[in-house]
Design a binder for this molecule. Structure first.
Ligand SMILES: Cc1ncc(COP(=O)(O)O)c(C=O)c1O
Length: 467
């Protein structure tokens, strides 16, 4: 039996479509907008604005992209806690509560992360009444560490070489798995992450695309960290089987493209792993981008019309509206989408969907470091050069083709070098080679939703009795 003290939040369906929220919860969530710590903030976990019910999406100005296809970006900055990663964090805790694995006040949630998942988990823990411990590599942006602390979570920093997050996962396994009082939430391996993105992100992407061009999705593009977001591609392919799913990697750490992993400057992506929850069967291509181009592109976008209008011809209002919306991984996704449009010849009126996982608020220190490392002043002349190079060069170059049986085999083998060491047996790795595994996991959304609605209703009845 589930304890009453649980603070319940939205179902998967309600996260997809806030119009299906109970009216009172929706009103409270509307009032909670902008107040991160209001308890009703949980009901604002959605790609859609809780008031209007519309997906937060923008079509990039074609002057910026230089390609004819529509590039549509789902905007993640306005999720509570400031990034899309709060969705998987919420889903993981919600599923664990419904499965009777944790109760508030009794468990410490342990989140391995390169940053945003930890911030999201710290936020969820605060609102739901859990302690949270965030395991993070050293050397990430100062804003990230501050944000984790501001929500009251503890931080444990781990030395990681290059972009590789494996030492964090090894620590999670050695120190916290099986420890009473701790619930390790391994985003790279937990199916709640897959379910959130498959159902909520995937269907939000489909809804968003319905309002543009031919209303279909020709390609979905996302740079994987945990590879949760890429699960949206599975849902998109279920509707449009010909859609291409493209993963983006920095050339410096191109694990999926089989080129090994070194350090790179794009936080949140390319952790050096083929993740357990990555359905590699459905990833068709890899777009490789230069890590520094993502930072330079971000710096240029933050400059607004000054550069974008003069050099690329982006209308002033459009250039203004982009300021603050993106982080480096958003730019990686945009550059990957431009490459996809060019390499696959995606035409005018067709839609490529991608995401902006978070906004600029957690990167001023990253951009300051970029400017410091630049030989000479980053003045208007440098910015003009970056604007011309970064966005136009993105279209040049091939996609790396992952569709062959040989490539799938390589990716399965890469999974086998990591996950058994972390406690995931050969049996699950074998099962994941079949599409039916992923369909089965996606189908569990309906069951969790039904149980969550019942739990909320039961609490409601008990509340009414005690009044
Ligand atoms: C800024 C940023 N971009 C992209 C990603 C990658 O998303 P996913 O973990 O769903 O693959 C993350 C994940 O933490 C992130 O923090």
């Amino acid at each position: 039996m589930i304890e009453r003290t649980i603070t319940w939040g939205p179902t998967y369906q309600e996260m997809l479509d806030p119009a299906t929220l109970p009216p009172e919860a929706r009103q409270e969530a509307v009032r909670a907008r902008g107040n991160d710590l209001a308890p009703a903030g949980l009901f604002g976990i959605s790609w859609s604005d809780v008031h209007s019910g519309r997906v937060r999406v923008l079509r990039l100005p074609p002057e910026l992209t230089g390609v004819e296809a529509n590039i549509l970006v789902l905007v993640g900055r306005d999720f509570p806690s400031g990034s899309l990663k709060v969705g998987p964090a919420y889903a993981a805790v919600m599923e664990a509560e419904l499965d009777g694995r944790i109760r508030p006040g009794e468990a410490t949630l342990v989140a391995p992360t390169s940053g945003n998942f930890g911030i999201g988990m710290a936020y969820i823990a605060r609102l739901k009444g859990y302690r949270a411990l965030v395991l993070m590599p050293r050397g990430r942006s100062a804003e990230r560490y501050e944000r984790v602390g501001a929500y009251g979570a503890e931080l444990e920093l781990v030395d990681c070489e290059g972009g590789n997050l494996l030492p964090v996962l090894e620590l999670l396994r050695q120190r916290y798995e099986g420890q009473p009082g701790y619930l390790p939430l391994n985003q790279f391996a937990m199916m709640a992450n897959y379910r959130f993105h498959r159902f909520v992100t995937g269907r939000s992407a489909l809804d968003a695309a319905a309002g543009f061009g031919d209303g279909r999705v020709a390609a979905f593009v996302a740079a994987p960290g945990s590879a949760g977001t890429l699960a949206a591609g599975d849902e998109i392919k279920a509707r449009f089987p010909d859609a291409a799913v493209v993963a983006v990697e920095p050339v410096e750490c191109a694990t999926l493209a089989g080129r090994g992993c070194g350090s790179h400057p794009v936080e949140g992506i390319a952790d050096g792993l083929v993740n357990l929850i990555h359905n590699v069967l459905n990833t068709d291509y890899v777009a490789l981008v230069q890590g520094d181009d993502c930072l330079r592109g971000l710096r240029v976008v933050q400059e607004g019309p000054g550069v974008l209008t003069r050099i690329l011809g982006v209308p002033e209002a459009a250039a203004h509206s982009l300021v603050g919306l993106f982080g480096p991984s958003s730019i990686a996704n945009i550059l990957g989408a431009i490459r996809t449009a060019a390499a696959l010849g995606i035409a005018a009126g067709q839609n490529i969907v991608t995401v902006a996982p978070d906004g600029f608020d957690r990167y001023p220190s990253t951009i300051a470091a970029l400017e410091e490392s630049h030989p000479g002043l980053v003045d208007q002349a440098v910015l003009r050069q970056w604007a011309a190079q970064v966005f136009r060069n993105a279209a040049a170059g091939p996609l790396y083709d992952l569709r062959t049986a040989q490539e799938k085999q390589r990716l399965f083998l890469q999974k086998e070098t990591v996950w058994p060491r972390l406690g995931y047996g050969q049996e699950i790795l074998e099962a994941m080679k079949s599409p039916s595994y992923w369909e089965g996991e996606a189908a569990r959304v309906a069951d969790y939703d039904r149980r969550l609605r019942e739990a909320r209703e039961q609490d409601h009845r008990e509340d009414a009795k005690t009044v």
